[in-house]
Design a protein around this ligand. Sequence first.
Ligand code: MG
Length: 216
Amino acid sequence: MIKAVFFDMDGVLYDSMPAHEIAWCETFRRIGMAFSPTEAYENEGRTATGTINIVFERSIGRKATDKEVEDLYVIKTQLMRECGPAKPFPAMKRLLPELRRRGVSVFIVTGSRQPSLVDKLTAEFGVDSAHLITGRDVKYGKPNPEPYLMALERSGERPEDCLVVENAPLGVESGKAAGLPVLAVNTGKLSDSYLSAADKLFHTTEEVESYLLQTI
Ligand code: MG
């Protein structure tokens, strides 16, 4: 019996990955470091620091300094803003309140650390800060199990009574490493094989909605 559902945010609640792809590629282009659109999806779910360090290590053989991380994060955030506000997936806007109405706890588990995140999630999905785990709350972030273990602990439920909904390979890895059942929805550009570790795979948020409403 499902008592809590832990949703990833980008690519699950919001159709925001195209903007992340554009913003990451342009951010690294400005400092002369290679980063492909595919890599934006392969690294999705990491904290910004994690992604920046991977690219720095590969390009110049060292991690980024805290200042470099902050400077790049400011650029990336500005580029994201220029892409316009992320649109919620309509099926998810219907699904989250309906799950809560049926007595299921709903948590959001994201690597993002935008300052305005709580306000946005509260306004658009009715999520309060007690049900939100962000990049600011974690030390390691996805693909480490840490963020989903935090959600599990906060929910007070048993792992088998919870469900993770993820779109990213590293997010699926994180959820599985936390010992949780994972449902994947491939809303991005990678092939399904990237998500093969998930227990179930869907291709649209509407499929996720109808599956969960039939199951719960
Ligand atoms: Mg995601």
